[in-house]
Design a protein around this ligand. Sequence first.
Ligand SMILES: Nc1nc2c(ncn2[C@@H]2O[C@H](COP(=O)(O)OP(=O)(O)O)[C@@H](O)[C@H]2O)c(=O)[nH]1
Ligand SMILES: [Mg+2]
Length: 223
Amino acid sequence: MKQIDVKKNILQTNDILAKENKELLDSKGIFTVNLLGSPGAGKTSILEQLIKSMKDNVKLAVIEGDLYTTKDAERIESQGVEVIQVNTGGACHLDALMIKEALNNLELDDMKFLVIENVGNLVCPASYDLSEDIKITVLSITEGNDKPLKYPSMFQKSEVVIVNKMDLMEFTNFSMDEFYRDIKSLRNDIIVFEVSSRTGEGFQQLRDYLLNKIKEKGGVTNA
Ligand SMILES: Nc1nc2c(ncn2[C@@H]2O[C@H](COP(=O)(O)OP(=O)(O)O)[C@@H](O)[C@H]2O)c(=O)[nH]1
Ligand SMILES: [Mg+2]
């Protein structure tokens, strides 16, 4: 009996396309982030804060992944930043082919920073390389302490985790001690930023970290 491992084939094809995208992005010196997290964790809100404080320093663009709507892309566009909406038609993640098509529609010259907001989901997007330099997962404290250990793959693959909604700490039973213990057990070298996209707390450090990464990749910033 012949058996075909569809998942393996799909992932291999994805990796080939992701490599091609990466070569293009590297040749242009574009630092690329794959932004991950549950629906409602605050991915778009974090992007809005970052764009506000970075768009004068560096030419950036956003690829917005969503099941059906253009709501997030409209939020980004209203800040005057180039954005491409990718609707997955119900699929739970973006893939490298979608990114390839988005890149064909973006003005890449002079661009130095690209953020891909993935579909809100803590499981499927972790398996798909989108040609990013780093993965950043957003965890809001209202989601509870159990999420990193329940969804380990996404956190293990992320260079950075942003703990969002710190302004709501007094209304939750979230424990930062427990969070650090769990997250370090999954990935000891993970970098953590504690922020609130409501108050702006913690964004200076996150912005400095990203600007540094953009500079390392060759992007000129006037920050
Ligand atoms: N209190 C509070 N609410 C937040 C914060 N960040 C996002 N939100 C709210 O959480 C909801 C989901 O945010 P959104 O950015 O759309 O999440 P996404 O689905 O991950 O992109 C919205 O109602 C935001 O206003 C935060 O730091 N504090
Ligand atoms: Mg969003």
